[in-house]
Ligand binder design. Structure first.
Ligand code: ADP
Length: 477
């Protein structure tokens, strides 16, 4: 039961409320008791004083002592009180018995003030069995000089019974209030946590197959709404990345199928006849070799990207000269360029020390050069140069090729994206046709070095790619 937030919330709520109510009740009870005792003291004190004053006035008016005392008591003493007037020696002048025929006895000297008025508590006596509060007042006559003691007494039972009632009310109302508050708290907690229950149920239903589903957002401004919205954003990201993975798988299998089917056709056609001439076998093997190369390249590219995605391709950094790397790469690409009748121009470069992954950067420049040569007609020029800009080294590859159509320019860095798929596949026998991964890999390499790769410009006169690499970047790896 305590495993549910709802029960814990309710218990906490009731617990805190119980503490507050008990503290409040105890305080109210004691304040009220003090007030009631004060009022009792006031009552007996004032009455003793007033009765004394009235008794003396009557005597001054000429009434005999006993009669004056009896009528003063009569005038001032109510039914719940007992009263008596004594002279200083303890002789009873007059008395007015209280409930249950209670008569006030002469007091021990402890209970008689020297002068004026005082209030005391009389311990319970055998007859009545209750404690009493007494107001004792001195009253004196000037001529003939004589002193009297007026005593007014009331038992505590009225105050005690009032307090008993208050205790009863508190004992009854506090638990009832707590029970009601607990019930209310339980329903409130249930209501507030209802979206959580709904979210849990909905989250249970979501799996890789239906990642497009979302959690219900009841109120997007409260905490639970924000939680649901955040969870939904997470789902959206997961959905996107699953979709990307699925597309990657579909594209990859598609790309792998083409060379394999070309190879199978070549073998099938060759093996159809019992005997073939040597040149026919050579031609078939050439086709198979080209496709095997193509397969190798696609698989290697996919492997590079997969390791980049999983973060397992750590950069192997070392110090080298960027100008040397560019020179060597241009030389390597020269073979392909010569075959195509395209010339490669490389700027005269000074020594440029650099720190990074030499192998990956070589692949990046080679991919860019490879693309440039592939898309430049014979007689064209591919230029490789380097510029320094705001602490970055800009490796620039420009060509005088066919250019990239404007509508395709934003997609060329996507995986498996090729501008003209139909044309590429039609000429799939050409092992140089890539799978559309070259620029994706080049871009990742630039970004892994805290840099970026951009298509600066492209039209019918040619294209220019710029890879900017921070010269002093703390690259990850
Ligand atoms: P691939 O490995 O198939 O060459 P890339 O990712 O390197 O794929 O390039 C994607 C597409 O961008 C290519 O299909 C190509 O049409 C286009 N492209 C890339 N570089 C150039 C360039 N220098 N000139 C014209 N088109 C280019």
């Amino acid at each position: 039961m305590f495993d549910s937030v709802r029960s814990r919330l309710t218990l906490w709520y009731v617990g805190v409320l119980a503490l507050v109510l008990v503290a409040f009740s105890v305080t109210v009870y004691f304040l009220l008791a003090a007030f009631l005792y004060d009022r009792l003291d006031d009552h007996v004190g004032t009455l003793a004083e007033e009765t004394g004053v009235s008794f003396i006035r009557k005597m001054k008016d000429g009434e005999p002592e006993t009669k004056a005392a009896a009528s003063a008591l009569d005038e001032h003493v109510g039914p719940r009180l007992a009263a008596a007037i004594f002279d200083r020696e303890g002789k009873l002048i007059a008395d007015s018995p209280g409930p249950a025929n209670y008569h006030i006895q002469w007091l021990t000297p402890d209970f008689i003030p020297e002068s004026g008025l005082d209030v005391y508590t009389l311990p319970a006596d055998k007859a009545s069995g209750v404690e009493r509060r007494i107001g004792v007042s001195n009253a004196s006559l000037d001529s003939p000089p004589k002193s009297y003691v007026v005593v007014i007494s009331q038992s505590f039972d009225l105050v005690t019974s009032e307090l008993k009632w208050i205790r009863l009310i508190l004992f009854l109302t506090v638990p009832v209030a707590l029970a009601l508050a607990g019930l209310g708290g339980w329903f409130l907690a249930r209501r507030s946590l209802k979206p959580v229950v709904e979210m849990t149920e909905q989250a249970h239903r979501i799996s890789a197959e239906n990642l497009e589903q979302r959690l219900p957002v009841v109120n997007s401004r409260d905490e639970l709404g924000r939680l649901a919205a955040t969870f939904n954003e997470l789902l959206a990201r997961l959905d996107d990345s699953f979709a990307l993975q699925r597309r990657f798988m579909a594209d990859a299998s598609h790309e792998l199928r083409t060379p394999i089917s070309v190879m199978r056709t070549a073998t099938d056609v060759t093996l159809e006849q019992e005997r073939r001439s040597e040149s026919e076998y050579r031609d078939a093997l050439k086709v198979i070799d080209e496709q095997a190369h193509r397969l190798t390249r696609i698989v290697e590219d996919m492997f590079t990207l997969a390791r980049a995605d999983s973060g397992r391709r750590a950069l192997q950094q070392n110090d080298f000269y960027l100008d040397e790397l560019m020179l060597e790469t241009a030389r390597a690409a020269g073979v392909l360029a010569d075959r195509k009748g395209v010339s490669i121009e490389l700027d005269e470069l000074t020594d440029i020390p650099f720190h990074g992954d030499e192998g990956l950067l070589r692949q990046m420049v080679l991919n860019l050069l490879d693309n440039a040569i592939k898309h430049t007609p014979p007689g064209g020029v591919v230029k490789l140069s380097l510029a320094q800009h705001n602490g970055d080294y800009n490796v620039i590859v420009s060509d005088t090729g066919v250019g990239i159509p404007p509508e395709a320019q934003s997609n060329i860095f996507e995986r498996f994206y090729r501008v003209d798929k139909a044309r590429s596949r039609a000429s799939a026998s050409d092992a140089g046709v890539g799978a559309g991964l070259g620029l994706a890999i080049a871009k990742w390499i630039a970004e892994a070095h805290k840099g970026q790769l951009k298509l600066q410009h492209s039209d019918q006169t040619g294209s220019t790619f710029v890879a900017s690499l921070p010269s002093k970047a703390e690259v990850r790896g």
